[in-house]
Write a protein that binds this ligand. Structure first.
Ligand code: CP
Length: 316
């Protein structure tokens, strides 16, 4: 696949906000071709041959870090997972000094997850490597939104005109913000559903519908996207109790019946079973596409690395 224009202007992927619909569509097309390649069991080990990818995760991760590692290896990169807990960060080294050190080793691609919103953008100004945001604070998680979009497109054939209900802890969710930007850009109808304490005013201003009741929020939805209740980021009593949260906002068969009969169920993971989603729904192969989201994560990250490798070649 060839492109006549840069898909990721600036040579980084820091956010979905700012990407134009043709950029998003091109990334999804490329990711679709990688999804097919992965299912065929083939690899393309020459594309990133001689390139070094460093995973720099200051927060825990299973899906994102592993899929970037797999994606890099399937494209032929040398992949290093830096263990922050065993690094000089523990001796007080700053984020920028850590990145500058990695930069001096001529790293080509730096995948960064950090608790502070804006940390990857700051790094992108300090290093010569391409920087990929793997989740920063409550700001964005761009590759998650891309893999969600790819999964929806594969199941529904399009994004435009679909009604997508994003439910639960929107306040702390970088996944929700990236999805709102992407789905709105692609002309999907986005609904945010949750208790008033978990829906920030800033999200309500992003041109989405806001519902505090699951029934009205899910009515006629094509896609029901559940979010993890991020207890580790909560200050104060935003939610009365897990049991009460599940009663009003947890997805079970009764609430899912308000959505379209063929609505798909998504969750970025990791899940709190019995809090935001009932196990019977999460594990229902007729409705849940959670496993496919993980599979598409590898394909999307291969597409992002492929596009950035083209930028590296262009600037060489
Ligand atoms: N969805 C997601 O970012 O999962 P991890 O925290 O496991 O990477």
């Amino acid at each position: 696949m060839s492109f006549s224009y840069p898909i990721l202007p600036g040579g980084h992927l820091l956010a979905i906000e700012g990407l134009e619909p043709p950029h998003i569509s091109a990334l999804l097309e490329l990711a679709e071709s990688y999804a097919l390649l992965n299912r065929s069991g083939k690899t393309q080990r020459d594309l990133l041959k001689g390139r070094t990818l460093i995973n720099l995760f200051f927060e825990d991760s299973t899906r994102t870090r592993t899929s970037f590692e797999l994606a890099g290896k399937r494209l032929g990169a040398d992949v290093i997972n830096m263990s922050v807990s065993q690094s000089s960060v523990n001796k007080g080294e700053t984020l920028i000094d850590t990145a500058s050190t990695l930069n001096a080793m001529h790293c080509d691609l730096l995948v960064v997850r950090h608790a502070q919103s804006g940390a990857p953008a700051l790094l992108s100004q300090k290093v010569s490597a391409c920087v990929i945001n793997a989740g920063d604070g409550t700001h964005e998680h761009p590759t998650q939104a891309l893999l969600d979009a790819l999964t929806i497109r594969r199941r529904k054939g399009r994004l435009e005109g679909l009604t997508v209900a994003i439910c639960g802890d929107v306040l702390h969710s970088r996944v929700a913000r990236s999805n709102i930007h992407l789905l709105s850009a692609m002309n999907a109808r986005v609904r945010i559903v949750g208790p008033p304490t978990l829906i920030p005013a800033e999200v309500a201003r992003m041109g989405v519908e806001v519902h505090h009741d699951m029934r009205s929020g899910l009515e006629g939805a094509d896609v029901v996207m559940m979010l993890r209740l991020q207890k580790e980021r909560m200050v104060g009593g935003l939610v009365p109790s897990s049991r009460e949260f599940f009663r009003f906002y947890g997805l079970d068969a009764e609430k899912l019946a308000w959505a379209k009969p063929d609505a798909i169920v998504m969750h970025p993971g990791p899940m709190n079973r019995g809090i935001e989603i009932d196990s019977a729904i999460a594990d229902d192969p007729e409705r849940s596409v959670i496993g496919e989201q993980v599979e598409m994560g590898v394909a999307v990250r291969m597409a992002v690395l492929d596009v950035l490798a083209r930028e590296l070649r262009r600037n060489a």
